[in-house]
Design a protein around this ligand. Sequence first.
Ligand SMILES: Cc1cc2nc3c(=O)[nH]c(=O)nc-3n(C[C@H](O)[C@H](O)[C@H](O)COP(=O)(O)O)c2cc1C
Length: 147
Amino acid sequence: MVTPHLARIGYVSALVEPWSRGDLDAHLSTWRRSNARRGITGLLLYEAGSVFQLLEGFPEDVRALYEAIARDGRHRFVAPLIDEPLARRDFGDWSMGYGRVAATDLAALPGLRPFLDPAFRYWHCSPEMAGALVRGFATGPWRRAIG
Ligand SMILES: Cc1cc2nc3c(=O)[nH]c(=O)nc-3n(C[C@H](O)[C@H](O)[C@H](O)COP(=O)(O)O)c2cc1C
């Protein structure tokens, strides 16, 4: 039996202002440095002002970062969808991987059909959909799309 000593938190958010690709790249390069120092790994998806982010690491570090992120004034709102112990990291190679998949392409996986609607945003996801997103990037067809 594996005793989980790690944790993961996944949330969706609506940003106050949409970001350009340049904004996002600049933010990611800052956050990756800070995450590497804190042993945080994970995945971020972004589309039209909506975010899905999964944070992995030691439980106290993941919670502290999530709380800082949730207080960040750049969100209009934040909804946590995943909060659980973790036996091993799914995104251990990425201090914050960026999933380069268009939201409408995500609809190909079972459970993610609502993404067929171009108006669907990450903040509409249920906890089950959040789990399907993580699996799609952890083991599924989009792993190679993480940059
Ligand atoms: C969508 C979003 C994702 C973020 N992701 C991270 C992250 O992965 N790592 C990080 O250090 N800060 C991230 N931040 C920034 C934090 O909210 C916060 O500004 C940063 O941790 C600095 O916190 P401090 O003011 O407590 O030093 C993110 C912010 C937003 C809006």
